[in-house]
Write a protein that binds this ligand. Structure first.
Ligand code: NAD
Length: 505
């Protein structure tokens, strides 16, 4: 067994169920986590069944009764301790993420850093959950709004950010006074269990277990149960648009709230006057990093006609120099895809692209070695090709040409998704057009920065089929609370609003 697994408290067989403490023998059957590099088991997980799910929800409900009454800055203090504990385990947790998910170690550690950053952010936020105060139209009346905790919430996460996405939700929800039930991806359960061990230690020391709970489990036993559960006022779900459609409609049926962070089809526009060195570095990182398995991965680039040939040649050269291999090796820039299915999806997309008349400029093949490795791929495409309008969760980059900035923006926006976008330019007119209301229609719009690698301080999320949710910084915390408008009458009269008269003797 690898040292980092032991350091994180993992063993050969691990419980994947936690409700105010570990459930020792959950009944939902065994799940094996497989390393995409080795194609070998990393460890086993006992999944939650329906009964375990019930235990977990009840634990989260019960803890909510007391947690909501803990002053927010005191909740912040506990989140601060959690951030400290994450700092201690940054290295082994980063190694586990790299081993289980396949991203390179530096990105694995970066993901833990993101969890630490959001913990720090949440600590400060715990003293800033501000409500507005308004002037009442009635004399001697005071009107204000305040924010209260929402309840036990559900957090559904994708495989590609097995720790950070939970942290974006959990750290903020915790200071807001919510308790939570985390349903992680079944492709990366051990990263979730390792994080739960960290939470368990901190919460036990503060005698508030049951704030953070975990349910690794099948869709039928946990996933569908969670989204249909009226006791859970908010489901924050990160994953594919297909998943978002299902969760969105199920939760809407019961008039619950959703926070949806779904797929992207992110693009970079490079104008004729752009700093091409900067653009090149950002595009290669955006398209090849995490083997193209980020929601913000760069999937399409639009190059001004006058620079397209030269820039594409440089891009191909850069792609052919990428070191691909073991994500734990510090020299590696690109690790494996998550599983066999991901490779099949990538190959099917390339076949479809070819059938639509696209040309593969480099890459396009599976690498003949153990593990789920592929060549990062550049495809010359034309606007309107159907495959380029879908998110294929793989390192495929479609290259388009344009003549005017307006045309480039139109093509960029002409897809269903609306997560991240970027323009490389030194032209003020182009930059401001891109950022104007007639510009990018995405939740994230950058100038001279690529599409991936957002900071936690800004609200993160996207428009259209990306789901409209916002997580992390800015005022995203409002998603996790309920707003209450309060009016206090300190007069001895009972005036009605809008001057309505209703006098009784
Ligand atoms: P996925 O949709 O297959 O699964 C995501 C999660 O949803 C998993 O935990 C899965 O078990 C769960 N799930 C699926 N159906 C469910 C249901 N009916 N009820 C309850 N839970 C259900 O996605 P994935 O392959 O793990 O991740 C890749 C996708 O996630 C990509 O589309 C990517 O763009 C997206 N993503 C988006 C963001 C973002 O912030 N916008 C971040 C990361 C990943």
């Amino acid at each position: 067994m690898r040292d980092f697994l032991k350091e994180l408290g993992l063993s050969g067989v691990n419980s994947g169920a936690y409700g105010n403490g570990w459930i020792e023998h959950p009944g939902g059957g065994e799940l094996t986590s497989v390393s995409p590099t080795e194609e070998e088991p990393v460890g086993k997980v006992l999944q939650a069944d329906e009964n375990d799910y019930e235990t977990i929800v009840q634990a989260a409900q019960e803890r909510f009764e007391s947690w909501r009454m803990v002053p927010a800055p005191k909740r912040g203090e506990i989140v601060r301790q959690l951030g400290e504990e994450l700092r201690k385990y940054k290295r082994p947790l980063g190694q586990l993420i790299a081993f289980e998910m396949g991203k390179i170690l530096s990105e694995g550690e970066g993901e833990v850093q993101e969890a630490i950053d959001i913990a720090d952010f949440a600590v400060g936020l715990s003293r800033q959950l501000y409500g507005l105060s308004m002037h009442s139209e009635r004399p001697k009346h005071r009107m204000y709004e305040q924010w209260h905790p929402l309840g036990p919430i559900g957090i559904v996460t994708a495989f590609n950010f097995p720790v950070a996405v939970w942290a974006w939700n959990a750290m903020i929800a915790a200071v807001c006074g919510d308790t939570m039930i985390w349903k992680p991806s079944s492709k990366t359960p051990l990263s979730a269990i390792a994080v739960q061990h960290i939470c368990d230690r901190v919460m036990k020391a503060n005698d508030v277990q049951g704030v953070f709970n975990l349910a690794v489990g099948r869709g039928s036993a946990v996933g569908e149960r969670l989204i249909n559960d009226k006791r859970i006022p908010l489901i924050s779900a990160t994953g594919s648009c297909r998943m978002g459609r299902r969760i969105g409609s199920v939760v809407a049926q019961r008039l619950g709230r959703t926070l949806l962070e779904l797929g992207g089809n992110n693009a970079v526009i490079v104008t004729e006057d752009a700093d091409q060195d900067m653009a090149l570095r950002a595009i290669v990182f955006g398209a090849v990093g995490t083997a193209g398995q980020r929601c913000t991965s760069t999937r399409r680039i639009f190059l001004h006609k006058s620079i397209a040939k030269e820039f594409t040649d440089r891009l191909i050269k850069a792609y052919e120099s990428i070191t691909i291999g073991d994500p734990l090796d510090p020299d590696t820039l690109m690790g494996p895809m998550i599983d066999e299915g991901a490779i099949e999806d990538m190959m099917a997309a390339l076949e479809e692209a070819k059938a639509e008349g696209a040309e593969i400029l480099t890459g396009g093949k599976r690498i003949d070695r153990k593990g789920f490795f592929v060549e990062p791929t550049i495809v010359k495409a034309k606007h309107g090709m159907k495959i380029t309008q879908e998110e294929t969760f793989a390192p495929i980059l479609y290259v388009f040409e344009f003549e005017t900035v307006e045309e480039a923006i139109h093509m960029q926006n002409d897809v269903d998704q609306g997560l991240s976008s970027a323009m490389f330019t030194t032209n003020l007119h182009a930059a401001e057009t891109f950022l104007s209301p007639a510009g990018s229609d995405c939740g994230i719009a950058n100038i001279n920065i690529g599409t991936s690698g957002a900071e936690i301080g800004g609200a993160f999320g996207g428009e259209k089929d990306t789901g409209g949710g916002r997580e992390a910084g800015s005022d995203a915390w409002k998603n996790y609370m309920r707003r209450q408008t309060c009016t206090i009458n300190y007069s001895h009269d009972m005036p009605l609003a809008q001057g309505v008269k209703f006098d009784i003797e």
